[in-house]
Design a protein around this ligand. Structure first.
Ligand SMILES: [Fe+2]
Ligand SMILES: [Fe+2]
Length: 174
């Protein structure tokens, strides 16, 4: 294994590549959440519009955290590319199923990154990942909680109306 710490950089190329891949995932979810917001607005769910626009902002912040980290430790950050976002959904519930799928995929990726950092004895990156591990616990909880609300309140108009209003009140505690 090559030296982790050199005069130029403090991360291996493998970890750098994995961090850059994570930048693409965060960017993609930033994009996806905007499309989900639009679908909600088009279908009369204005609270959900705000919820997903906020989610989108958060994903951009996540992307920037990774970006800055790579640059801070002497690597080369890359914004990568994004694919077109999914813009059509069958139902209001399906938007949140998509959210849960996306957050689970991101959690797996973050977990993999933490493992990779440990493998290279890169404890700085491993520690940097702690914040994201905690963030993903919250994101996955939020998506699961919303899907539970559909089970509790039902799928008729009044149920959906109440679920929507509840979005701003979901609280995660550790
Ligand atoms: Fe994220
Ligand atoms: Fe997220």
């Amino acid at each position: 294994m090559k030296d982790l710490l050199t005069q130029e950089r403090s991360i291996t190329l493998e970890v750098e590549a994995a961090l850059n891949k994570q930048i693409m995932l965060e960017n993609q979810s930033c994009h996806n959440y905007m499309a989900m917001a639009s679908w909600c607005r088009q279908n009369g769910f204005d609270h959900a519009y705000e919820f997903f626009m906020n989610q989108s902002d958060e994903e951009r912040e996540h992307m920037k955290k990774f970006y800055r980290y790579i640059d801070n430790v002497g690597g080369k950050a890359s914004p990568g590319k994004v694919n077109p976002a999914k813009e059509d959904f069958d139902s209001f519930r399906q938007v949140f199923e998509y959210m849960l799928e996306q957050e689970i995929a991101i959690s797996k990726s973050i977990n993999g990154l933490a493992g990779l950092a440990e493998k290279f004895q890169d404890y700085s990156t491993a520690e940097f990942m702690d914040w994201f591990l905690a963030e993903q616990r919250e994101e996955v909880y939020t998506a699961r909680r919303i899907l539970k609300l559909f089970d509790i309140m039902g799928h008729d108009g009044i149920g959906l109306y109440h679920i929507e209003k509840e979005l701003a009140n979901i609280e995660y505690k550790e």
